[in-house]
Design a protein around this ligand. Structure first.
Ligand SMILES: [Zn+2]
Length: 251
């Protein structure tokens, strides 16, 4: 192990001791419904080329990344299970117009670039009638699901299928996944998304990007973003807002 890798491991040890994250009970996806026979909906957040495919754009990984690869594999695996069982799936895809920037981020997922589309392993979702796709142009998917008339595509989906639990996977753990989970929980608390009860985040099905401090130092005005630490903090923050965080799904 090199010094960078060992200091990163040390930092994770310190973080885990300071803000320990105990996983919630495994989520059981029994046929005929979730744990208590209730409907579970799958929510996929931005599993698109612009965030996941090597070299696909300004916010895509520059080299193969294990955490992101695992997230994509788990998203593909669970999406298949849900669609085979005819269980509802909702997918956010970050999608931007070229003349409408999203500071502080560089241009990404511009319409027509291909970055805004599903990764190859999930392309089939585009045509699956079981899937509701919402293209959004902001970090927070719940906010991005509002229509001009004040209705909300996510809330309508939850109501249509009488979903009590949403299972959330995607990228980035500490940006779009966290913001979506926080807003969905706040909306639940004020009765905006009935009959939703639980927001469950699958830790192994989430990922974030990696920008080590040594690299960030050479890029003026750029915040460091060590992947494992920020992934952990994203899950921790989501849990502190009331999400359940599980590390195993029982199919
Ligand atoms: Zn964006």
């Amino acid at each position: 192990m090199g010094s960078d890798a060992s200091s990163a491991a040390d930092a994770m040890g310190v973080l885990r001791a300071a803000v320990p994250l105990q996983p919630d009970a495994d989520l059981v996806l029994a046929t005929g419904g979730g744990e208590r026979g209730q409907v579970v909906g799958l929510v996929l957040v931005d599993v698109s080329n612009g965030f996941c495919t090597v070299g696909a754009g300004n916010l895509a990984p520059v080299t193969p990344n294990k955490q992101i690869e695992k997230m994509v594999d788990e998203a593909a695996r669970l999406a298949k299970v849900f669609c085979e069982r005819n269980w509802p799936v909702f997918a956010f895809l970050d999608t931007h117009y070229p003349d409408k920037p999203e500071p502080p981020f560089p241009p990404h997922c511009i319409i027509g670039s291909g970055e805004e589309n599903f990764v190859p392993a999930l392309e089939w979702l585009e045509k699956d009638p079981n899937v509701t796709i919402r293209r959004k142009d902001c970090i927070d998917g719940y906010l991005g699901a509002f229509e001009k008339d004040g209705s909300n595509v996510f809330s309508d989906w939850v109501a249509k299928f009488q979903i009590k639990t949403v299972l959330v996977l995607g990228i980035c753990t500490d940006f779009c996944v966290l913001d979506f989970a926080s807003s969905a929980l706040a909306a639940r608390n004020i009765g905006r998304v009935p009959p939703l009860e639980d927001v469950v985040i699958y830790s192994e099905g989430c990922a974030t990007y990696n920008l080590p401090v040594e690299v960030a130092r050479s890029m003026q005005g750029t915040l460091a973003h060590p992947q494992d630490l920020m992934h952990h903090m994203g899950l921790y923050m989501a849990k502190s807002r009331g999400a359940k965080v599980v590390d195993r799904i029982i199919i």
